[in-house]
Design a binder for this molecule. Structure first.
Ligand SMILES: [Zn+2]
Ligand SMILES: [Zn+2]
Length: 152
């Protein structure tokens, strides 16, 4: 299973986008590959898939700082939409920081530049955080207890 939740392996799914062998055909593919890039700490890819307008607000260092501080464990793509100019992807990305499970619930906006989909910006929705107990099932849905999986 790929980090992004697709049933294909990472090598068949998001990795070709991250290494530049393939180009995502939809904003959803791009969004999934950026999620997988957070999981694999591919900071350069995350930076270069920002739209030119918002890219300058970020650095590889800042991106990696966040990516290493949290463990993304699960991605849910809720819905995708498009209008003449943009594609939108609403998703929930669950992550663990210490023993606290939080989620990023966002409706992201994507724009096409030179034939490639790029992340422009997003609207955040409020989410709850909760503490995960050591004997709880791990939020990554591995079937293991938290203490034997991401809680180690
Ligand atoms: Zn993937
Ligand atoms: Zn886990």
């Amino acid at each position: 299973m790929c980090f992004c939740g697709n049933t294909q392996t990472f090598e068949q799914c998001c990795q070709p986008f991250i290494t530049g062998v393939a180009t995502p055909k939809t904003a959803e593919q791009l969004m999934r590959s950026r999620f997988s890039a957070y999981c694999t700490h591919a900071g350069e890819y995350i930076l270069k898939t920002y739209a030119s307008k918002t890219r300058t607000e970020h650095t590889v260092e800042d991106i990696l700082l966040f990516a290493k501080q949290v463990d993304f464990v699960h991605l849910d793509v809720i819905q995708t939409e498009q209008d003449e100019q943009y594609q939108y992807v609403e998703f929930k990305a669950a992550y663990i920081e210490g023993a606290v499970l939080s989620a990023l619930h966002e409706r992201s906006r994507f724009i096409q530049e030179n034939g490639a989909w790029l992340y422009l910006d997003g609207e955040l929705y409020p989410t709850d955080s909760k503490k995960v107990s050591r004997n709880d099932p791990c939020p990554c849905l591995s079937g293991k207890k938290f203490k034997k999986c991401h809680g180690k």
